[in-house]
Write a protein that binds this ligand. Sequence first.
Ligand SMILES: [Zn+2]
Ligand SMILES: [Zn+2]
Length: 226
Amino acid sequence: MFNLTQLATSLRHTNCVLCEANTRSSVGICKDCWQTLPWQSNHCCPQCGLSTQGSICGSCLSDPPSFDRTHALFTYAYPIDALLQAFKYQHQLHLGHLFAQVSLKQFHPMGIDSIVAMPMHPARLQHRGFNQSIELAKSIAKHWQLPLATQHCQRIKNTPPQASLPLKDRVKNIKGAFRCDSYFEGKRVAVVDDVMTSGASLNELANTLKQAGAIEVSCWIIARTY
Ligand SMILES: [Zn+2]
Ligand SMILES: [Zn+2]
């Protein structure tokens, strides 16, 4: 049902967050800018999201990750990188709204039983005051009326940020960082995260979810780096 508040919101003019042109778009990006965004192409590995001709990549064939699928909205490039940084470090919540709106258009909840966000260690959360992945996951879970299983999936090791480490150290750094409970038994889970780089964190989380009984894990990512 379309109510008056929704109508008012949909008719409200805003300025495009990228070029400041007037726009009626509900996501806050004008048509022209929308078309120039670095959208992730369909030609990528369905399991890890790396660029291929659309087939499973060599590394997923030889050493399959614990997650089964990856859906990334964008390639981590301008202006998405700048918008994500502003959302993450300057807590610009309207950008969270923007990414959530785009996610709702692109991620499909078919066959998903539960949503989790990439968890942050409580000490880090206290320092940062904000977990961008939870903000995104909340909007997505609410929209699709799917349970957000935050309390069943925790980060128990306060590891150095993955971005601060060379790729070869990331797997070791994240090992044993998560704990998931039996809530996930028999469930198909979507993990929401903002950026996927080496995939080491998502792989470790997917592995922990599967050990807790999850039967399928999909990664829902805003931007994929290469
Ligand atoms: Zn624009
Ligand atoms: Zn792959």
